[in-house]
Design a protein around this ligand. Structure first.
Ligand SMILES: [Zn+2]
Length: 352
């Protein structure tokens, strides 16, 4: 064998960064002629509130697409239809128990909260109603979001802030959403609420559980069921170090159990650095995600199955220098590097 046989393929994947990374050079007619770096798929912030925070600064700093998880359904449908970046998927309104979070919160936009009474009857009654295609208030609320173009149904289970759905009502909401072809994404807050959502088969937790340290068997069950967790760790790093440690510990064990982690910041929740947030990235690395796993969390197509919706002629470009292989598990090194991500036209990037 010659030495050349041992050298890495210069246009192939960059192994330590995962199968999505390519070494590239910017073309000579662009803004930064000849600059070298890493090309990655378009990045998605899987938890934002576009009625509360303008997305333009995030787009300027590397975010191509966002998932809005709580808004007035008509208003978010209009925002999502606008031309240009970011591409938007959305939930529409928060579905919650009557008087439940976030009803009455000053930040909650008008029309963004849909309160529901408990369903009567047990799970068999609910199944029977579904079997006969009988539609109640739960089905109507889900259908309303779907008609406004929602890709996901958002449920708030915040026991700290007010009443929450009982199991029968949560089951009915999840059944109605799944019948409409929509996943259910749950805000779980307060003791037992993450377990409540996991037991009922919620598809996604919109915040990595942060109230309590979850039991290993609960985490194993969530991971085995294919549940995904949106990280939102930077808000805790900002607000409360011990809450951040609880959330990071839960994510560490969820990731180790094979759980699917989605990058998300809850942009619109107070002051956060827009774009690829270095605190979010650093916390994910501290939770045991290697750089390749952080990139996968940023590029995951959820709530769609394939990444095409976030990809319209733009790619993520992260200028050199990339961290050395040994630094790909260093939270600050990975965070500093990914925070320099920018969106560039794909045609301006040449393999090298
Ligand atoms: Zn949120």
């Amino acid at each position: 064998m010659t030495d050349a046989a041992h050298s890495p393929d210069p246009v192939g994947p960059i192994e330590p960064l995962g199968p999505l990374a390519r070494r590239v050079r910017r073309s000579l007619n662009g803004d930064h002629p000849g600059e070298t770096g890493t090309m990655l798929p378009p990045f998605i912030d899987h938890h934002v509130h576009l009625q509360l925070a303008d997305a333009a600064p995030a787009v300027a700093r590397g975010i191509a697409a966002v998932v809005d998880l709580g808004a007035d359904p008509g208003a978010i449908a209009t925002i999502a239809r606008a031309d240009g970046l970011p591409h938007v998927r959305y939930a529409g309104a928060f579905l919650t128990a009557r008087g439940g979070y976030p009803s009455g919160r000053p930040w909650a936009p008008g029309g963004s909260v849909r309160e529901l009474d408990p369903v009567s009857g047990d799970a068999d009654d609910v199944r029977e109603r579904r079997h006969h295609a009988l539609s109640g208030p739960v089905e109507a609320a889900v259908d309303e979001q779907r008609r406004f173009g929602a890709s996901v149904v958002k449920v708030a289970l915040n026991a700290v802030a007010g009443p929450v759905f009982d199991r029968a009502t949560l089951d009915a909401v999840i059944a109605a959403a799944h019948a409409a072809g929509l996943p259910v994404a749950v805000h779980a807050e307060g003791t037992g609420m993450a377990e409540h959502a996991i037991d009922a088969g919620a598809d996604v937790l919109v915040h990595a559980p942060f109230t309590d340290r979850l039991d290993d068997d609960v985490i194993a069950r969530a991971a085995a069921a294919g549940q995904a967790w949106v990280s939102t760790l930077a808000i805790h790093v900002r607000d409360d170090a011990s809450v951040a440690e609880t959330a990071i510990d839960n994510v560490r064990r969820f990731h180790a159990a094979g759980g699917r982690v989605l990058y998300g910041t809850d942009a619109g929740n107070g002051e956060l650095d827009p774009g690829v947030n270095p605190d979010e990235v650093a916390a994910l690395v501290r939770a045991g995600l290697a750089a390749s796993a952080v990139i996968a969390a940023l590029a995951d197509p959820w709530p769609e199955r394939s990444p095409g919706w976030a990809d319209a002629g733009v790619a993520t470009f992260v200028p050199d220098p990339a961290p050395a292989d040994d630094d790909l598990v260093d939270p600050d090194a990975v965070a500093r590097w990914l925070a320099t991500a920018r969106l560039v036209p794909t045609e301006e990037l040449e393999p090298r």
